[in-house]
Design a protein around this ligand. Structure first.
Ligand code: DHB
Ligand code: FE
Length: 280
């Protein structure tokens, strides 16, 4: 039986990828940010999963206003880093896990969640920056990755409640896979940030930290927060945080072990939050 061993939560700012790729991690602006992931890189080395199920959002790279899937699961054998305007990031190709992804798609769709199945796509900073933060700059990513894209860009977006329940369905799907695999689920994006309009630059430390507290201790109650509250409190792009609830919903019902917690402002326009939770 496959099982979910742990979940990882992290922001995904594109400038973090650029700082790594251009060798700027030791600069005073970036050093405290990367310092917060030193523990995480060691933890991942010591807790290597067989597969990472990576919940992220596409930023008009693979999808556009032409096609807006609410939830999309990658069933491909491989995914190339996208060209987001400055050429593709110099990071490894992402190797998929078509067998487990197909099994999860089957189980979750039969469990009443509509997923779009994606056999070909490129992956942008939403997926590659979390991998870089957790893995550094390896020649190859440490294991296969199943990309799971959530629409948090174009309204209407899915509710936190639906995301949390989808996480539960993903847990059930993983646990009904007949191979002995250790699966980590990563919830990415967030925390507070707004990139546009009169409130551009908005950061809400207090709200973010309360979100981290509640994600750990009362995720189901947290999942009831409405989308308008995310936008009001955490900015228009703060809505990316609903993706963290998918990962949290996939964890077992008993209290998780908090292995690491980190919060840092600023990284570009974003408040960076990071958690590692293990199933006990
Ligand atoms: C920034 C943050 C994001 O989540 C994103 O997708 C793009 C840019 C930023 O803070 O610059
Ligand atoms: Fe984003």
């Amino acid at each position: 039986m496959a099982r979910i061993t742990a979940s990882v939560y992290t922001s995904h700012v594109p400038a973090i990828g650029a700082a790594l790729d251009l060798g700027k991690t030791a600069e005073p602006y970036w050093q405290p940010l990367f310092q917060g992931y030193e523990y995480s890189k060691a933890w991942l080395q010591d807790n290597q999963p067989d597969v990472i199920f990576l919940v992220y959002n596409d930023h008009a790279t693979a999808f556009s206003l032409d096609l807006i899937p609410t939830f999309a699961i990658g069933t491909a054998a491989a995914y190339q880093p996208a060209d987001e305007g400055w050429g593709p990031r110099p990071v490894p190709t992402v190797i998929g896990h078509p067998e487990l992804a197909s099994h999860i798609a089957h189980s979750v769709i039969q469990d009443d969640f509509d997923l779009t199945i994606v056999n070909k796509m490129d992956v942008d900073h939403g997926l590659t920056v979390p991998l870089s933060l957790m893995c550094g700059q390896p020649q190859a990513w440490p294991c296969p990755v199943i990309p799971f894209a959530v629409n948090v860009v174009q309204y209407p977006v899915p509710s936190g409640r639906r995301c949390f329940n989808l996480g539960r369905a993903i847990r059930k799907a993983v646990e009904s896979y007949d191979q002995d695999l250790k699966v980590q689920i990563w919830g990415t994006g967030g925390m507070s940030h707004q990139l546009q309009g009169p409130r551009a630059g908005l950061i809400n430390r207090e709200w973010d930290n309360r979100f981290l507290d509640r994600l750990i201790s009362e995720p189901e109650a947290l999942s009831q927060v409405s989308h308008i509250d995310y936008v009001r409190e955490a900015g228009s792009e703060g809505i990316e945080l609903v993706m963290w609830l998918i990962a949290r919903g996939a964890m077992s019902d008993s209290a998780p072990l908090v292995k690491h917690r980190f919060y840092h402002v600023p990284a570009s326009n974003t408040a960076v939050g990071h958690l590692i939770l293990e199933n006990t």
